[in-house]
Design a protein around this ligand. Structure first.
Ligand code: ADP
Length: 474
């Protein structure tokens, strides 16, 4: 597949040659995209800037109707787009189809929600004064997105931005640009006017520098690592960009003594092994009450041993390859470090890395301790370490003992215990008996070094609106 960039309504191959896109399940080349840089990023931002005046004045009903056309086209073509995704990043096809549906749900939700970007009229203290509050689009929006959800991370930025009346430039991850290219082709078919949506693939640092320094850009929305998020925040200081940052996580899972064991196993499997553990909300460390840790570990081992590993295009595969060699080595390093520090492997603990394809087997570790790498950093792989705890207070303390604060999960049937835990976890997203809380109508985002701002929900629209106060003297 030969992908192109989309700038000012034209498909272009401009750039410094091409970037190869590899299939991580086979190690073979799947396609190419242009290796864009400063000139291409600048042209895209210029186009978005030129289109902003007209687009921002269209009615929200007009914008919503275009978004709904895009939504329908995406669902009509969901199998085709999902296959591209599986081939460029490895996730099982069923999960890729699920991601396209999830992406479409953000498009339709924001198409509706933007119709309620209401302002307000506040009672004044003096006669003859009117205090008016308006919501207006923030301006040109640039987005940088990662490879683990090539469709959804872009859709949940692009849909609210466009619905709010902003124009948009996307830079998808180098590893997974082709899903974005196909989504843009469908968006073009839906009929977005020239310059309103633009796509640039290529050098992250060069494109990123233009994004953070071009005077027409007003907002940067980023999903990726905390490290790069901090870098972009520093770069954005001079232009005082409005920022939304969805950064790394290190999600704890707490399984209380009164947990419904079936629900806990189901929730942990869903949270831990989705996308082979490569999501920022994946459970990374599991704290289980000492009285049930043996039963829980055994059941998790049995469920994990049944997972089918392989090429995501093959029927029934539940765990695809890790996206690249670095990802594979990180999982292997975390397991090795844990074993050296006293953990025991119940299942997995090994993998197969040959010919550019990196499969790590789903792994369950017991006797994890707080000094292990796996209990301190995001693994981003299919490794589930289990540690026993004795009191709820201890579990919450261990869960909060990190600089991250994206997602946390716990399992209990007790209302008072669940209230205590949910209110004391320092996390932006909390799943109570629920391993899969993400949904378009709810605010998704992190506390602490997991980021700034929320995507989805009313908050996800607010992120693309400026608040203007107009004081009127009659
Ligand atoms: P991940 O490991 O999830 O890809 P990264 O933070 O490395 O996390 O990358 C997330 C996105 O940020 C990708 O699209 C990547 O190309 C981009 N990126 C990486 N480095 C930079 C940079 N210096 N400036 C701008 N974007 C960057």
């Amino acid at each position: 597949m030969e992908g192109k960039n989309y700038i000012n309504g034209d498909w272009t191959t401009a750039g410094d040659g091409v970037i190869d896109v590899m299939n991580p399940a086979t190690g073979e080349k799947f396609g190419t995209v242009p290796n864009g840089g400063e000139a291409e990023a600048k042209a895209a931002v210029d186009a978005a800037s030129a289109a902003f005046g007209t687009w921002s004045k269209t009615t929200v009903y007009e914008r919503a109707s275009l978004l709904m056309k895009w939504h329908d086209l995406l669902l009509e073509h969901k199998l085709e787009v999902a296959e591209i995704m599986t081939k460029e990043m490895g996730k099982p096809l069923a999960e890729a189809i699920g991601e396209i549906e999830y992406s479409a749900s953000f498009i339709s939700w924001f198409a509706e929600e933007a119709k309620r970007s209401n302002g307000r009229l506040i009672p004044a203290t003096k006669e003859g004064k009117r205090i008016q509050v308006l919501k207006q689009p923030v301006g040109v929006v640039v987005s940088i997105t990662p490879w683990n959800f090539p469709a959804a991370m872009m859709a949940r930025k692009m849909a609210p931005a466009l619905a709010a009346g902003c124009t948009f430039v996307a830079k998808p991850a180098k590893l997974t640009p082709l899903t974005a290219v196909r989504m843009y082709e469908l968006a073009e078919e839906a009929g977005f006017p020239k310059g309103v949506i633009n796509l640039v693939t290529g050098s992250a640092s060069k494109i990123g520098r233009v994004f953070t320094s071009h005077p027409a850009v007003r907002k940067l929305t980023f999903t990726g690592s905390t490290e790069i998020g901090k870098e972009l925040m520093k770069q954005s200081a001079d232009s005082m960009l409005n920022l939304s940052l969805e950064l790394g996580g290190h999600a704890p899972i707490i399984v209380c003594e009164d947990a419904n064991m079936d629900l806990a196993i189901e929730g942990v499997m869903a949270s831990k092994f989705r996308n082979a553990g490569q999501t920022c909300v994946c459970g990374n460390r599991i704290y289980v009450h000492r009285t049930i840790v043996e039963e829980f570990s055994q059941r998790l081992q049995e469920a994990t041993a049944k997972l089918k590993v392989g090429n995501g295009m093959d029927e029934g595969v539940q765990i695809g390859p890790l996206v690249d060699q670095d990802g594979y080595e990180k999982s292997a390093r975390h397991v090795q470090d844990a074993v050296e520090k006293g953990a025991k492997v119940l299942v997995g603990g090994d993998g197969k890395a040959e010919n550019g394809a990196y499969f790590y087997n789903p792994t369950v570790l017991i006797n994890a301790t707080p000094d292990m790498l796996v209990m301190n950093e995001e693994t981003f792989g299919p490794v589930a370490p289990i540690m026993a705890f004795d009191t709820d207070e201890e579990a919450v303390r261990l869960a909060n003992d990190t600089r991250f604060g994206l997602a946390a999960y716990f399992f209990t049937d007790s209302l008072s215990r669940g209230t205590y835990i949910s209110e004391n976890l320092e996390y932006g997203i909390v799943g109570w008996n629920d391993g899969a809380p993400s949904t378009a109508q709810a605010p998704f985002g992190g506390m602490k070094e997991s980021g700034i701002g929320r995507e989805g929900g009313q908050e996800g629209l607010e992120a693309f609106l400026e608040t203007k106060y107009i004081s009127i003297k009659l």
